[in-house]
Design a protein around this ligand. Structure first.
Ligand code: ADP
Ligand code: MG
Length: 704
């Protein structure tokens, strides 16, 4: 194997049309104009766009690019692209020029009718636009298909409704900027011009051997295993988490990193996760919209590179029953453009009134809109994870940790905070070690929304999902809380007193959302109920949060979603739920009917034949008889369950798309799927492995 030497600083961002590339290539005036557009939100004129487009194209051609694409994020959770070559109409002499005009750079017109729109776009009114998001840099991606220039865009309908994840995200960033600036000004900062949310998304994933993947139709069609008995060993020994990374995986991770670095994604941390075959990749945090784009790049890169290594990357939230699923930790903070993190408590948070106010506002936002946050983290794969005994519970709560908890207690009890607890030194009992200063707060891995020093970490998000949705909600609910606070405080005659009063009021009113205990415990479920916190177990029941009166007002106030857009999004979600479960159910029927039940029959038949032969020779067939009896019982149960599943799928298919259909899938089809899985998984444990037509859990998770 080639010894990998990589000069990361040389390759980092080499395929990105980033600030330094633009500065080097664009005429000074054009570059300055673009910076104004980016920093001050001015509009871009076509003349400037023409120059930028030309230089961007020249740069891309040098990288070997043949095509460009407007890259957008429709409501499929994935990204979409349509490639156009730079080739222009052939000239008289039969040659072509390679061109990209300003208009082509800033606007595209994909057919909008073939993307989920929840009724916003009928096929007869198909026009949609992709609009350049100049704040996220364009990049060239190399693959078997040559090199393509990717231009990040937002995707809207002819009438301006958002058809994607990016448009509302950008709108919410604007809203948050505006309201957070009011807070910053209140506390005397006259320099900052913007407040920008930053995000670091830790991505979990599974890696299995591609040849085995290709033998599992359930993985191919649904991304998760629909059958499979537990292997003799799962994750009970905790020996995989942070374990040594096996060479094959290490080589894969190296290639992933190199590809990401070239694309300007600051890949930073990699390690083995809790479940066998599970891993994590975390990049360094970036401006939110760039982080959202980069997370899509990360997911795609994980998949593409896996194929090259004869591996398969599973991004599904729950590829294997019985071991941990995968999530995405969305680390979120708010930074001014002059470098202050609004979520940094500083050394003495008890004196930091701005921080206390920001914190109180976030507590209020999360408490008031817990249902929306929960909804934002729901996708079909996350159904088998949230509320399971590993992922965060479906109940939204905030973990503050010891230090902030003490501050909150002082505010609540004494009206104001007067001291800060510090971590102190760490005593390991070994005398010659360097002295380590402890963090003021221990970690809590079970909280869905945890304060981690100078950021919040939203841990409910699904591994396969876009982080745009959750961040749009986070931004908007925070903007609302900031607005409400500023409406009061901007009129204040005695600022310090009024700030303290408001901090106390919000903290008192919303302290029920704070929970520092074990979020996985049953007692928390009871306690949360007592506190009146919502516990929305299923995505289907979370969706109505999108269109509640409260949500409609919230999103309208900040121009993030119109009511029509919200209704359309909830329709898309119901439909996605039904379609995904439908595919899973059909895959199960297919697998059970054509592969698994026949395999059990074959094996039982073989047992019967050999038992007959043995008996003729006077042998003992006690075991064979016992096994045949067990298998026959399981077969019977499986066939009944298969027929039942077939019937309920048929019933669900009768419903028109929408909530009622989703409810039918959840209440009838999902339990019927479970009922079919159980006897077949049990049979798998009895059947000779050479008869079983699918790679087992052990084959997939332990033999990578
Ligand atoms: P933890 O171990 O608490 O999860 P890490 O330091 O490993 O924290 O960071 C996890 C993710 O959080 C990384 O993507 C990191 O870049 C990101 N992160 C760190 N600081 C911030 C911040 N101020 N705002 C947003 N994300 C951050
Ligand atoms: Mg983390």
């Amino acid at each position: 194997m080639e010894n990998a030497y990589t000069d990361v600083s040389k390759i980092f961002g080499e395929d990105v049309f980033n600030d330094s590339a633009m500065q080097a290539r664009l005429p000074k005036k054009v570059y300055q104009k673009l910076r104004q557009v980016l920093n001050e939100g001015e509009t871009l004129d076509l003349e400037t766009a023409d120059v930028i487009a030309h230089e961007m194209k020249e740069w891309a051609l040098e990288k070997g690019a043949t095509h460009y694409t407007h890259w957008f994020q429709p409501l499929t959770g994935m990204t979409a692209e349509k490639h156009d070559s730079f080739v222009s109409a052939p000239m008289e002499n039969g040659k072509v020029l390679m061109s990209l005009s300003g208009k082509e750079l800033i606007k595209g017109e994909p057919d909008a009718s073939s993307f989920p729109s929840g009724g916003l776009r009928a096929t007869f009114e198909a026009r949609g636009y992709t609009i350049w998001d100049a704040t996220s840099p364009a990049f060239v991606r190399h693959s078997e298909g040559g090199a393509i220039l990717y231009i990040p865009t937002a995707f809207c309908s002819y009438t301006g409704e958002a058809l994607d994840q990016k448009t509302p995200l950008l709108r919410s960033m604007q809203a948050l900027d505006e309201q957070a600036m009011r807070i910053v000004r209140l506390f005397g900062n006259t320099e900052a011009k913007h407040v920008v949310p930053y995000v670091g998304a830790e991505q979990e994933y599974f890696i299995i051997d591609r040849a085995k993947y290709l033998q599992r139709p359930d993985l191919i069609f649904t991304g998760r295993t629909l059958f499979g008995a537990m292997p003799p060993k799962g994750q009970e020994l905790d020996d995989h988490y942070f374990g040594t990374i096996r060479p094959r995986i290490a080589a894969y991770m190296h290639d992933v990193n190199v590809e990401l670095w070239k694309l300007g994604v600051p890949a930073k941390t990699q390690h083995n996760e809790v479940a066998p075959a599970q891993h994590e990749l975390a990049p360094i945090y970036e401006k939110m919209n760039v982080a959202v784009d980069h997370n899509q790049v990360v997911m795609q890169t994980l998949k593409r590179v896996a194929t090259r290594h004869g591996l398969r990357c599973l991004l599904h939230e729950k590829p294997f029953q019985g071991v941990n699923g995968s999530g995405k930790h969305d680390n979120w903070s708010l930074m001014t453009d002059d470098g202050m993190n609004l979520l940094d408590p500083g050394k003495t948070p008890h004196e930091n009134l701005q921080f206390q106010l920001v914190l109180a506002c976030i507590l209020k936002a999360v408490d008031v809109h817990a249902d929306l946050l929960r909804e934002s983290a729901s996708d079909v794969g996350n159904e088998s994870r949230l509320g399971g005994n590993e992922a965060p519970p479906a109940i939204v709560s905030v973990f503050l940790g010891e230090q902030l908890d003490k501050i909150v207690a002082q505010i609540v009890n004494d009206g104001t905070a007067s001291s800060t607890a510090h971590g102190g030194d760490l005593d390991t009992g070994v005398s010659n070690q360097v002295t380590i200063h402890k963090d003021a707060t221990d970690r809590n891995r079970t909280s869905p929304f945890a304060f981690t020093g100078n950021k919040f970490e939203f841990r409910m998000v699904g591994s396969r999902d876009s982080i745009a949705g959750p961040n749009t909600v986070l931004n908007t609910i925070t903007a609302e809380a900031f607005r409400d606070a500023c409406d009061i405080l901007e009129k204040s005659g005695d600022f310090e007193k009024d700030v303290k009063d408001l901090i106390r009021k919000y903290t008192l009113e919303h302290s029920r959302i704070i929970f520092n205990g074990n979020g996985y415990s049953d007692s928390w479920v009871h306690e949360a109920k007592r506190r009146g916190l919502p516990n929305i177990a299923s995505m289907v029941d979370a969706i109505p949060a999108l269109t509640s009166e409260k949500a409609v007002k919230l999103f309208a106030d900040f121009g993030v979603f119109s009511e029509t857009e919200l209704v359309s999004r909830s329709e898309v979600k119901y439909e996605t739920y039904s379609k995904d479960i439908h595919i899973e159910a059909r895959t199960m029927l297919d697998l059970a009917g054509k592969k698994l039940i026949p395999a059990i029959i074959s094996y039982a038949g073989m047992l019967a034949n050999t038992a007959n032969a043995i008996e003729k020779c006077g042998g003992d067939i006690y075991v064979q008889k016992k096994q045949i009896a067990k298998l026959s019982a399981l077969l019977h149960e499986a066939e009944d369950a298969r027929e039942h599943l077939e019937a309920v799928v048929l019933e669900a298919e009768q419903h028109p798309a929408g909530r009622a259909q989703a409810v039918c899938f959840r209440d009838y089809v999902v339990p019927a799927m479970k009922a079919l899985r159980t006897p077949i998984d049990e049979a798998e444990e009895l059947v000779d492995a050479s008869y079983w037509p699918l790679p087992s859990y052990a084959d997939m998770m332990f033999e990578v």
